[in-house]
Design a binder for this molecule. Structure first.
Ligand code: NAD
Ligand code: DAU
Length: 368
């Protein structure tokens, strides 16, 4: 498909947003992308390094700035918003819920207000608001419960998932009340390049390399449906391009696993990488693998996350039948690529973790 249109991507300097921009640049010739991102600790301008500068424009700003969003929609003649911007880490929502209500609820409402005022004024323009949400809004499944279908009742259990649920409801309400053309996707746990090392997979990878404990919450038997970020980005694109207005599509990886199995596979992958590449022992001397010892020795069971959801799983049938969506990566293929990416991009994760990237932001954009 070729297009001359310009789309607005919010949160495009974050993990999934940056991968989505790369996906669109590679698959939709001619499309231009305006990126709106506040560059919180999770947003990283370097996540967009190497993207075709002629086709992207980066705006450092907040989705809660409704006037700014209206101006961007008008000035760039934008009729498509893909909304990723959010506070996204469950643990942070437990220690500090306010930021989650600000970004996820007030922020989403600000975007909806801007879209309504620009797109629905007068006779209205063809448009689309694609909202990116999470399977966590559906709550927690028992071991034999069927996976989450789009009709599953909302039962959010953390401040993060409650704030995402509120944003989903606002998107739905703007469709029903004001006839804004919306689609919503609710996906499972993503992993892949550019994920901030506070989420399970990159945290475990980096801790194996540093020789730090691998903290397993509770009994390690909580189950997630792991989705490679490339598959998620393809799913969001399909919903944007083929999804029916007003509909919700659940996107998963068809890949349910308990956390302890994920950690076992990561430690085995790191052990194997050190065994086949002797330079890794020089680069990461604190890793047990540098001494030929298993990284599994770093596993440490810790106190459980408060309100920890036991199991998430996605029923993929609607996205399959209506969008033709299926994940391409198996967990084995996706994890192998992810381990290779983190080993090859040490400077990226060191910079985002040690705060030097924050200094770069302040030098380049001024302190926020
Ligand atoms: P992330 O935390 O890596 O990135 C979020 C981005 O949003 C950052 O670049 C940040 O700077 C930006 N941002 C935050 N508040 C903002 C504001 N007020 N204005 C402008 N920009 C702001 O998140 P992610 O993992 O890439 O998740 C993206 C979206 O996907 C989120 O909406 C999240 O709820 C959803 N989601 C994520 C996952 C996952 O596994 N990571 C799974 C399901 C759904
Ligand atoms: O399901 C989709 C959601 O997946 C997204 O909406 C969220 O934005 C995203 O952060 C993710 O939420 P989780 O809480 O499932 O992801 P996290 O990586 O934080 O944790 C995955 C599992 O691993 C969870 O059961 C908690 C556990 N865990 C996590 C960390 C960080 C540990 O056992 N130890 C850890 O150190």
């Amino acid at each position: 498909m070729s297009t001359e249109r310009t789309i607005l991507v919010t949160g495009g300097a974050g993990f999934i947003g940056a991968n989505f921009i790369r996906h669109r640049l590679a698959t939709v010739p001619g499309e231009r992308i305006v990126i709106l991102d506040a560059l919180t600790y999770a947003g990283n301008r370097a996540n967009l390094d190497g993207c075709d500068a002629a086709r992207i424009e980066f705006i450092h700003g907040d989705i809660r700035d409704t006037a700014l969003v209206e101006m961007l929609l008008r000035d760039h003649r934008i009729a498509t918003i893909v909304h990723f911007a959010a506070e996204s880490h469950v643990d942070r929502s437990i220690t500090g819920p306010d930021a989650f209500l600000d970004a996820n609820v007030i922020g989403t409402h600000s975007l909806l207000k801007a879209a309504r005022s620009v797109w629905l004024a007068g006779s209205g323009l063809p448009h689309r608001f694609q909202h990116v949400s999470t399977d966590e809004v559906y709550g927690s499944l028992g071991p034999t419960d069927p996976p989450f279908a789009e009709s599953h009742p909302y039962q959010p259990n953390s401040p993060y998932s409650a704030s995402k649920a509120a944003s989903d409801h606002l998107v739905r309400a703007y469709h029903h009340t004001f006839h804004l053309d919306v689609t919503t996707t609710n996906c499972s746990n993503n992993y892949g390049p550019y994920q901030f090392p506070e989420k399970l997979i990159p945290l475990m990878l980096v801790n194996c390399l540093h020789g730090k404990p691998l903290p397993i919450y509770g009994d390690g038997m909580n189950v997630r449906d792991w989705l490679h970020v490339d598959d998620h980005c393809r799913g969001v694109s399909l919903a944007l391009d083929k999804g029916r207005v007003g509909e919700v599509y659940n996107i998963g990886g068809e890949n349910e696993r308990p956390n302890i199995e994920i950690v076992q596979k990561i430690t085995a992958a790191i052990d194997a990488a050190f065994a086949s590449d002797t330079t890794l022992a020089v680069r990461f001397p604190n890793s047990p693998a540098s001494q030929g010892k298993p990284c599994w020795s770093l596993v440490t069971y810790v106190k459980d996350r408060p309100g920890h959801d036991r199991r998430y799983a996605i029923d993929p049938r609607k996205a399959q039948s209506e969008l033709g969506y299926r994940p391409h990566e198996t967990f084995e293929s996706g994890l192998a690529k992810t381990v290779a990416w983190y080993l090859a991009n040490e400077s990226w994760w060191r910079a985002v973790m040690d705060g030097s990237y924050r200094n770069w932001i302040e030098t380049n954009y001024g302190a926020r």
